[in-house]
Design a protein around this ligand. Structure first.
Ligand SMILES: [Zn+2]
Length: 78
């Protein structure tokens, strides 16, 4: 299943969910406050946040490895 990123408008946290494509555009419940969170489209955002403690970098699923933000680094094997 693809990974989607969501942002909660209530507490401003971001989180990621594995969901089926048919549910990608549905609101997800915020893990902090249970507020409905909207999907955000920035696919590589999980590699550039990191200070909020909410991110969960997932290697190899978005066309890049955990150590880079592009799809052409030497460790990506793509
Ligand atoms: Zn929230």
């Amino acid at each position: 299943m693809p990974i989607y990123e969501y942002m909660c408008p209530e507490c401003n946290c971001k989180f990621e969910l594995l969901r089926s494509i048919s549910k990608a555009n549905e609101d997800a419940s915020c893990p902090r406050c249970q507020h409905p969170a909207k999907r955000v489209l920035s696919r590589f955002a999980s590699f550039s946040k990191g200070s909020d403690g909410e991110s969960t970098p997932i290697a190899g699923t978005a066309g890049s490895c955990a150590g880079c933000t592009s799809s052409s680094c030497s460790s990506c094997n793509i």
